[in-house]
Design a binder for this molecule. Structure first.
Ligand code: ADP
Length: 192
């Protein structure tokens, strides 16, 4: 990270640099947690935008934090789909985690959490979680990102529901996810 060109009052001396500052000086790493059941083009939009801000992004599937009521894909399958979607993007790492997100982020030396905000309805829960996470690890910073407007209505749960009912979701998920959905629920998801 670049240092400010002119010294400002209140700037921290080098020897009191925080743990997070030391980590981010060399490489800025963020985690993007979610259920990703499955990854949609809305998630992907947030990933691409985040890569403009960070050097390395760990997209991580939560086992417990975000409970999906009727999962379509197992966590292992969601991880595999993410790996295939980002196979050509060396700055994206894929994983899963159990337990507290801040513990995972810390273990990955990633003091930044990325979250997507679709609508005001997302805000209250996200804000609560951000403040709770900060009380658990004061070094953490949470970045909320807005997707392109055409994805503001999109959610994994909607994709699951439409797919299960035989509707076309081809415009809302990456091609590898569409293939997996065709295999899981049939060709109608591709509109065929
Ligand atoms: P969901 O099941 O609601 O689609 P996840 O738990 O997988 O979502 O979401 C992980 C993160 O991605 C959350 O911060 C969520 O707000 C964000 N997100 C999900 N879908 C979108 C979208 N279409 N646009 C922007 N952010 C999104």
């Amino acid at each position: 990270m670049e240092t400010p060109s002119s010294p400002s009052c209140g700037a921290a001396p080098i020897d009191s640099e925080s743990e997070a500052d030391q980590v981010t000086r060399s490489e800025r790493t963020a985690v993007y947690p979610g259920s990703f059941d499955p990854i949609t083009l809305g998630h992907d939009d947030i990933v691409r935008r985040s890569l403009k801000l960070v050097d390395r992004l760990i997209v991580t599937v939560a086992y417990t934090a975000t409970q999906v009521k009727q999962p379509l894909f197992e966590v292992r399958e969601r991880v595999e789909l993410l790996e295939r979607v980002y196979a050509d993007e060396p700055r994206v790492e894929v994983s899963s985690f159990q337990g507290l997100l801040v513990d995972f982020a810390r273990s990955m030396s990633a003091p930044i959490i990325i979250r997507g905000l679709r609508a005001v309805s997302d805000f209250e829960y996200e804000f609560q979680m951000a403040l709770m996470n900060r009380s658990l690890w004061p070094e953490i910073e949470v970045i909320f990102m807005a997707p392109a407007s055409q994805y503001t209505f999109l959610s994994s749960s909607l994709v699951r529901e439409v797919a299960r009912l035989g509707g076309r979701v081809a415009d809302f998920v990456p091609p590898v996810v569409l293939d997996a959905l065709i295999e899981r629920v049939g060709p109608s998801v591709a509109g065929e």
